[in-house]
Design a protein around this ligand. Structure first.
Ligand code: ATP
Length: 323
């Protein structure tokens, strides 16, 4: 087997807490084993534009606790075309890169999957997205921190709610994935959660709100996943049907920020090192992941498909606990 000599690392798609920790781990593990590391700025677009810089150990000093990514990330329409990827491959060859590590979500893995079919460069993915929607891993880097950040915001909102006696509708991120919404709703003691793809009955919700008021419940929190509907529209309907004042908070991008929590840092460090190990062993076309606390790999063809996970158990628990 040809010895691995030069690798490149990039972050792609939406940023998340822990990407820096993963970049640090990839860089330092590779250097430890005598492999040169090139950091690619701006994800796949930077690969197309040839934005590669050699990193040393110190290039990644003091970043493991910082949110976002020092490499910058991007979404690249050009990379979705064969012509765009051909430009990226030319740059990989120009820098004599024999292994590429892609840190990102399922879109980024689709890109890596396409790239693997078109060039000799070995490629390993590291799941990094707040959505936790990647097949073949229990957790993606950034998802645990995103839940914590959203939960902290909900705890603060609760302080206001208990003083003001209002209904709060709180929209959380996660595109068409309900991972964050379900967890913050349960951990934040919300009364209801709306998840993407799960039907809800607004009349039933309004009835529950009224019944709760009669029992003396003054605060009522409804968490809405971004992909389940507009928090503003839902709040308007509730206000109309119940006559209770309703307030909306859209948490938005604060959920992507913040220092990665300990679990995300540990996960990012492990997956970063494992990606390098896999490349050294000649592996390619796979995503690294963690299942039941063990390092595993999943072919890109499967990893890039949307994870189908039922939230039924957590939802039933929420309804028992708020009743
Ligand atoms: P997040 O979950 O944080 O949004 P993501 O990796 O899913 O991250 P996307 O915007 O879906 O984010 O994808 C990132 C980039 O991956 C795209 O901008 C594009 O360059 C590349 N990509 C996505 N889908 C494909 C595809 N089918 N073929 C080639 N490249 C793709």
């Amino acid at each position: 087997m040809k010895k691995l000599k030069r690798i490149a690392v990039l972050c792609s798609g939406g940023d998340c807490a822990g990407m820096n920790t993963a970049v640090r781990s990839v860089t330092r593990t590779a250097i430890y084993y005598g492999i040169k590391v090139f950091a690619v700025a701006y994800g796949y677009q930077g690969l197309i534009n040839g934005e590669l810089t050699e990193f040393n150990r110190r290039s990644v000093s003091n970043i493991m606790n910082r949110g976002g990514t020092i490499l910058k990330t991007a979404r690249s329409e050009e990379f979705k075309t064969k012509k765009g990827r051909a430009k990226a491959i030319r740059n990989l060859n120009k820098y004599k890169i024999d292994g590429l590590v892609v840190i990102g979500g399922n879109g980024s893995f689709k890109g890596a999957y396409a790239l693997c079919k078109e060039c000799e460069v070995k490629c390993i993915g590291i799941p990094g997205t707040i959505d936790n929607d990647i097949n073949g891993t229990d957790y993606t880097i950034g998802s645990l921190t995103a839940v914590e950040v959203a939960l902290d915001a909900i705890d603060k909102i609760r302080d206001t709610i208990t003083s003001l006696e209002r209904i709060f509708v709180i929209e959380v991120m996660g595109r068409d994935c309900g991972y964050i919404a379900m967890r913050v709703a349960l951990a934040g003691g919300a009364e209801e959660v709306l998840l993407p793809g799960v039907k809800y009955d607004i009349n039933k919700i309004c009835h529950e709100i009224k019944a709760a008021r009669k029992k003396g419940k003054i605060s009522w929190i409804l968490v809405v996943a971004e992909g389940a509907g507009s928090a503003h529209n839902i709040a308007k309907t509730i206000e109309k049907k119940t006559d209770y004042e309703t307030r909306v908070t859209v948490l938005g991008h604060i959920q992507r920020g913040g220092s990665p929590n300990a679990l995300d840092r540990i996960l990012a460090s492990r997956l970063g090192a494992d990606a390098v190990r896999l490349l050294m062993e000649g592996e390619s076309d796979k995503a690294a992941g963690i299942v039941a606390n063990r390092l595993v790999t999943t072919p890109f063809s499967i990893a890039c498909q949307k994870k189908q996970e039922s939230e039924e158990e957590l939802y039933s628990l929420l309804k028992i606990l708020e009743a």
